[in-house]
Design a protein around this ligand. Structure first.
Ligand code: SF4
Length: 195
């Protein structure tokens, strides 16, 4: 038997293209992390790294198997929202379940509260799929209407910042960019050179 190991760049390219399919309008998922990355993603898309392709594929794959009937798209105040399932968000993580803190991921919380607003509910479910060791846990969140409304105000503010950046062609400030995001960001070159 003979075995040859290669990286199948054609396959990687196909997945890359699927992951980076152009979408219209401003989505809730454009607003819960670095606005500068969202700006570049739209106006100056760069190929994803191999690591991003693998991680995103795992995330989307798990989501599609768990909730195969795609939830419909909603729109409120010019923000498009596509929940993973009805009142359900799915996340995969390489974090250990032992140390997992369901209140720590601020961007996940922003997203769920945003979906609460558009779906007119106070309750949301988060399914977290832990990769190693393999495990799945479901968390139920109940927010107050005030928490949901304040979060929505913040989303509208961020939407306006992003829209202004598109209109003026000046990148917004990178106001929410944790280290792990910059580490894997395909726009780091443009980000640092364009300021
Ligand atoms: S490198 Fe960091 S700050 Fe720059 S666009 Fe990417 S995520 Fe944002």
């Amino acid at each position: 038997m003979q075995v040859t190991e290669v990286t199948n760049f054609e396959l990687v390219k196909q997945v890359q293209e699927r992951l980076q399919k152009e979408r219209t309008g401003i989505h809730l998922s454009d607003l819960d992390l670095c606005l500068k990355a969202s700006y570049f993603r739209k106006l100056n898309p760069q190929p994803l790294s191999l690591k991003q392709v693998v991680l995103f594929s795992v995330g989307f794959g798990v989501q599609e198997y768990m909730y195969p009937n795609a939830e419909k798209e909603y729109e409120l105040d010019g923000i498009k929202c596509s929940p993973d399932g009805y009142k359900i968000e799915v996340k995969t993580t390489r974090e250990s379940m032992k140390n997992y803190d369901p209140t720590r991921h601020e961007n996940w919380t922003m997203r769920m509260k945003g979906y609460c607003k558009v779906l007119e509910t106070l309750e949301y479910q988060l399914d977290v799929v832990f990769i190693i060791p393999a495990e799945i846990k479901t968390f139920h969140y109940t927010y107050t209407q005030n928490e949901i409304d304040l979060n929505w105000e913040q989303m509208l503010y961020r939407k306006n910042l992003l829209q202004t950046a598109f209109d003026t062609n000046i990148p917004p400030s990178p106001d929410f960019h944790p280290d792990w995001l910059c580490k894997y960001c395909e726009h780091s070159g443009a980000c640092y050179s364009l300021g």
